[in-house]
Ligand binder design. Structure first.
Ligand code: 13P
Length: 283
């Protein structure tokens, strides 16, 4: 199959009350593994690449490889730029055939964020490509304390309505107490805020920082309109554990073998996320 626009996946998820998991996938071996699991479970999902994936491969190389792998599987999936850093990077991903792009101007002033995303929509929409914006800022989990949101800034519902109307984004990433990375204390989601944002905008909502979210909070967030759940850390933790135990062997194996085993360690993690989000059997 070919990658589909992310909006198609999110539309179905919103209509039927589940969420689509979006995995940060750093290597083609990992993508092959996730595609296989998704096809077996008939679960739609989103492949995400960002600057970390582009350190050794350009967006065009990444997209070409991902599209080649995708041809071997029958499962609906989108290819998404996560946390796009600049208009140039977004343009490179559009030229490469990504079916969805995010420009992350969430740390910039409101007007700059709006102007950037409006430009991305002007480029992407004629190509049928989905656009994700972020308002409020989802920061890092290890900066959150009992007293403060750390480096996050919570999303204001009224501002979210103005943002979506002014930019034309197809999906909105929001900050409601979620954060990226490993939580050092349990996240406290502001569900009233989420419900108010849901009532204020008519596009699917995105939860960044999915890893470590308690199951009950995740289900409640999905019921309140989160249609895409971003997951990275859970996968890297599984891979790191696998690699550490391989390297600790008295007689370490041939390195490619160890790397393959470490990557295969994501299988139970992605299976769990497909179950948790309700994506299983939706394809
Ligand atoms: P986690 O690493 O916390 O799962 O967050 C991933 C993410 O939001 C990527 O955009």
């Amino acid at each position: 199959m070919k990658f589909v626009p992310m909006a198609e996946l999110l539309r179905d998820a919103s209509l039927r009350g589940y969420a689509v998991p979006a995995f940060c996938i750093w290597s083609m071996e990992e993508l092959a593994v996730v595609l296989r699991v998704a096809a077996e479970l008939r679960a739609p999902f989103i492949v995400m690449a960002s600057r970390f994936e582009f350190m050794l491969m350009s967006p065009a190389m990444y997209a070409d490889c991902a599209q080649s792998l995708m041809r071997h599987f029958t499962v609906p999936a989108a290819l998404h730029l996560d946390h796009g850093e600049s208009l140039e990077q977004v343009k490179a991903c559009l030229d490469a055939g990504f079916t969805s792009v995010m420009l992350d101007y969430s740390a910039r002033p409101f007007e700059e964020n709006v102007a950037g995303l409006r430009q991305v929509c002007a480029w992407a929409h004629p190509l049928g490509v989905t656009v994700e914006g972020e308002l409020g800022h989802v920061g890092k989990a290890d900066t959150v304390t009992a007293e403060s949101e750390g480096d996050s800034t919570l999303t204001l519902p009224e501002e979210a309505a103005r943002y979506v109307a002014a930019t034309g984004v197809d999906a909105l990433a929001v900050s409601i107490g979620n954060a990226h990375g490993q939580y050092t204390r349990l996240p406290q989601f502001d569900f009233d805020r989420l419900a108010a944002i849901r009532a204020a905008v008519n596009v699917p909502l995105v939860l960044h920082g999915g890893s470590g979210t308690p199951d009950a909070d995740l289900k409640r967030a999905i019921a309140l309109g989160m249609a895409k759940i971003n997951v990275a850390t859970d996968l890297t933790v599984a891979m790191r554990r696998g690699l550490q135990s391989e390297l600790a062997l008295a007689q370490p194996r041939w390195l490619p073998h160890s790397l393959n085993l470490a990557v295969a360690g994501v299988i139970p993690v992605v299976e769990r996320w497909f179950q948790l989000t309700g994506a299983v059997g939706r394809a």
